[in-house]
Design a protein around this ligand. Sequence first.
Ligand code: F6P
Length: 553
Amino acid sequence: MTAINLSTPEASTDEAWQKLQEHHRSLTVHPLARLFDEDADRFERFSREGAGLLFDFSKVLMTGETMERLSQLARAAGVEERRDAMFAGTAINTTEHRAVLHTALRNCGGSAVEADGVDVMPQIAAVLKRMKAFAEAVRGAQVRSHTDARFTDVVNIGIGGSDLGPAMATTALAPYHDGPRLHFVSNIDGAHLADTLKDLDPRSTLFLIASKTFTTAETMTNAASARRWIVANLGEKAVKAQFAAISTALDKVDEFGIASDRVFGFWDWVGGRYSLWSAIGLPLMIAIGPEAFAEFLAGGHAMDTHFREAPIPDNLPMLMGLIGVLHRNVCGYPTRAVLPYDQRMRLFPNYIQQLDMESNGKRVTLSGEPAAGATGPVVWGGQGTNGQHAFFQLLHQGTDVIPAEFMIAANGHEPTLRDHHAMLVANCLAQSAALMRGRTLEEAKKQLKAAGKDEATIAELAPHKVFPGNRPSTTLLYDRLDPRTLGAIIALYEHRVFVEGTIWGINSFDQWGVELGKELATALLPAVKGGEVPDGSDGSTRGLLAALARRAG
Ligand code: F6P
């Protein structure tokens, strides 16, 4: 791997990459499990705590020297300097000329944070105050519907960062959910809105239209349809009472007809996929209440403090990011799996997928040159134990090595179901041990023999029962999935993405790659409705349009 652009001299990053690779080549002859045989303290040496989380990376093929080489790479790539620049409000999102200040939204200490020479903290405090007042009034039924009903249901209409975060966090924090029922509509597929509205009463339903830009086609279309539903059932005048909006584009919200006291703003220095901490978190606040939401922010802030202060080898986001780089660039693994053993975290892999892939799915560096090596991996996953009965087969015996990121709470929220939690924990630990340890041909044969199989059966079955092992994983352990813990976990993943993006020299905060498809969809819509096919359309698109037209009822 050659140097990836960075503000530091090319030679030093080059050298750091080279030394890391040479060192790791010498390690690959080592089975992972043997590292534990050789070092009784391996777990202590390769696990760290920060902001209430324990990160175990002892099942990653690395030694103390690997750690040192990775730290050197981080230093050579200027990760600490860029981190400090981000927190200080420097416009590190250079293609959009923006600061990156989602961390200011959870800056519970309240110290000044400047963007363009202006302290952003007073604006943040002002919006937070309005959010709290509104959330409390909806929860306490002081804010009522057009028909003076209590709002029993809140529908958030948004997509991407304006949906995945609040939907994931509301699901994750179900035990703390004591406000009205929450629903999330994102897809342009009318099925999503129709299935949601089917069981709702317009008289007691509040809509939150969440869109940073207030131009996103899916959100605007769903919002317009929701508006029609309200008008058809309650009349035009009801719109004022049944809608609120969350956006940075206040002028566009006004055009939609939402009253200004029902609009909650945020700022262009908050990226969509980093916006859960802003007014985009309003549905979560309505669900769990302002106090629990404050705890959530505090968890994020605790991780920020850890990220800013802990030395690289003790710093959870640094470690996670460096291990990600090790796996992606040195080992060449194209993907990684996020595996929360936590039913309420079932949407977390989807959320992290946007955070990670939209941030680091980039092929050019900050200076526009092609990236010298691989950048963001494919990120996917699902909750345990369900995944064990679905895709884990490939994790254990497939031809690709897929680093697995396990997550588990020490305590569940169900005191009467403790035995369930014990089984959940046992499965989580068993899977990472199995991935690492594997099973040799000899062991497979021995097991079959012990089960009384004859020689022919043993010969036939044994190869299928071999597990190559040596497959890396990490485990993130937390006391209980409460608001503070969730905040810390999300901030950890955000900063991990930052660390990786910085080492790759890319801009983790823009998303130009989503544009082309949107442009083509806009151009194709008239043709789908029976109009002219746009000039320059390819043969496949023309063929599909014709087939759709023949089949449309
Ligand atoms: O299309 C991608 C994207 O711009 C995401 O980055 C963003 O989270 C999502 O669309 C929604 O955007 P908005 O909040 O502006 O509607």
